[in-house]
Write a protein of this length. Structure first.
Length: 531
């Protein structure tokens, strides 16, 4: 196996993603654009998207890391809009886009058109949620987009299997299709429910963070593989397990959480970068197989299908937002009246991604009886142009659109106040616990050490409130910012001394690593990650 192309793919996509952080262009879009250009350079190897690799090896870890970062409580609060988008919209888009393709493309059989509809139905919200966080969308919209992306792949893959069975001549029926969909959905959730508790028990009873994180890397593949072997949805199994583990992550030890966060951030960064690079690199492969279709006709089909995909989402989003309010007094009483702006952003954020391409490349070459699958090359081409069109057109215009609509962003003042109140309650409880412990003679400490415990606790309690206070007129920093900067300078000075002592052989490298890790943990405690 030649590993050089794989190394070039990973290294190149990661480099472009890193460079994108210095530009206003979202990383997925810049990676796709660069990959499109690179695909035509002489000597660049052909990167063919293998669905046997993408679906079972790339999709589970991306779903897992997205689900563990999601809020189970927030998703439950937004269950209706998430379900309407991830299930209802995907099925509606499959039928609507498939029927439109059947009418647009002369000679395209309806089953093959429905296959195309299922392929391009699921939005990939990786890019959309990245933009949402970057421009500060309201948390409700971000939660809806995240929740949709966790489940819609399962709906689309099941709809694709049903449409494909009809297209290849397996005699699929509506009743059979509904039965297969229910089996995949219920089975996937059931597998996740069965696996999540023993996996969590195993995580909490391992004593080493290294073993726990090794298990963490295996979890999405195990859940996906077991569900698929049983004919259920591997996507839903992964999502259910990940949501449960993320919701109860506080029960594992701190070392595991620190390592796990770093490991999964790295995995997600590498996979997402490589996946978007693969999208751009597919253009020569797709055009090479386009066959007899003329350039003008294929371009017209591509533009028409792109418009249908975009309009179809709006046709679903607005009724799905406002009709439930019209028919349910309980919804009107419980939820604020939405404006037209939020649904418009959700509708425009329906960008497609690598899952659509992976499903498209899994379309068989022949049908039952040995004949060629009807218009397979055209379906691949239309899938590619739809993915690229939504990423470029909608992805580039989403940030200015959000700014133009002037949607209310996250209320950072209110969030900081809530954080400060939560920290104050926790600190009071910790102080009471400390008093009770120190009253026991078995826990007697010298006064300086006991005072240090109180000082650290007081520091945590005051740090958040200080962010709400006045700033330094010279530097513009809050007292909390200044404290962290000075703390970092002190730690950096200590680190330099330790290195100098190692260089002069007063301490060895093993002791240096021990001392540096202690400083690293103190620095991590002094600095929280910026939102």
């Amino acid at each position: 196996m030649d590993v050089l192309p794989l190394l070039l793919l990973v290294a190149g996509s990661a480099a472009v993603a890193g460079a994108a952080r210095r530009t206003p262009v979202p990383a997925p879009l810049l990676i796709v654009a660069v990959a499109l250009l690179v695909s035509y350079l002489p000597g660049v190897p052909a990167y063919e998207l293998d669905p046997e690799v993408v679906l079972p090896l790339v999709l589970p870890p991306l779903l897992y890391t997205a689900a563990t970062d999601s809020s189970y409580l927030d998703l439950r609060a937004q269950l209706r809009p998430v379900a309407l988008l991830s299930v209802g919209y995907v099925l509606f888009a499959t039928l609507a886009v498939g029927w439109a393709a059947y009418l647009l493309v002369p000679g395209l059989p309806l089953p093959a058109a429905l296959v195309l509809g299922a392929v391009v139905a699921p939005p990939d919200a990786v890019a959309a949620t990245a933009v949402a966080r970057r421009v500060g969308l309201p948390s409700r919209i971000t939660t809806i987009l995240q929740g949709e992306s966790l489940v819609n792949d399962a709906t689309a893959i099941t709809a694709y299997k049903v449409a494909l069975a009809a297209a290849v001549g397996e005699g699929a029926t509506w009743a059979g299709g509904i039965g297969e969909f229910l089996l995949a959905a219920v089975g996937g959730v059931a597998v996740g429910l069965v696996l999540m508790i023993p996996i969590h028990w195993l995580r909490t009873h391992m004593n080493e963070a290294l073993l726990q994180n090794t298990l963490s890397l295996l979890i999405p593949f195990v859940a996906y593989g077991i569900a698929e072997q049983l004919g259920a949805s591997g996507v839903l199994a992964v999502v259910v397990v990940a949501l449960y583990l993320g919701h109860r992550s506080w029960e594992v030890d701190f070392a595991t959480r620190l390592q796990e966060e770093a490991v999964w951030k790295m995995v997600a960064f590498v996979l997402e970068s490589a996946v978007f690079a693969l999208i751009g690199l597919q253009l020569p492969v797709v055009l090479k197989g386009l066959g007899a279709y003329e350039g003008t006709s294929a371009a017209w089909y591509a533009v028409a299908l792109f418009l249908v995909v975009v309009l179809t989402r709006f046709v679903w989003v607005y009724p799905a937002t406002f009709l439930p309010r019209l028919v349910s007094a309980r919804i009107r009483e419980r939820e604020e009246n939405p404006t037209w702006k939020g649904p418009f952003v959700i509708g425009w954020a329906g960008m497609r991604g690598v899952v659509s391409l992976a499903i498209a490349f899994s379309i068989p070459l022949t049908v039952h009886g040995g004949g060629a699958f009807p218009d397979r090359n055209l379906i691949l081409f239309l899938t590619f142009t739809t993915v690229i069109g939504t990423l470029v057109v909608q992805g580039l215009t989403l940030p200015p659109l959000i700014r133009l609509l002037k949607l209310p962003g996250r209320d950072t003042q209110a969030e900081t106040l809530a954080e400060a109140n939560a920290q104050a309650q926790a600190s009071r409880a910790a102080e009471e616990r400390l008093d009770a412990l120190l009253a026991d003679e078995r826990n007697e400490l010298p006064p300086p050490l006991a005072e240090r415990l109180r000082t650290v606790m007081e520091r945590r309690r005051n740090a958040v409130w200080e962010r709400l206070g006045a700033v330094n007129p010279v530097t513009g920093e809050t007292a909390d910012d200044t404290y962290r900067r000075l703390s970092r300078e002190m730690i950096s000075t200590e680190r330099d001394v330790f290195v100098r002592l190692r260089d002069h052989r007063y301490i060895d490298d093993e002791m240096l690593r021990t001392l540096l890790r202690r400083l690293d943990l103190e620095e991590a405690a002094a600095y929280r990650e910026a939102a």
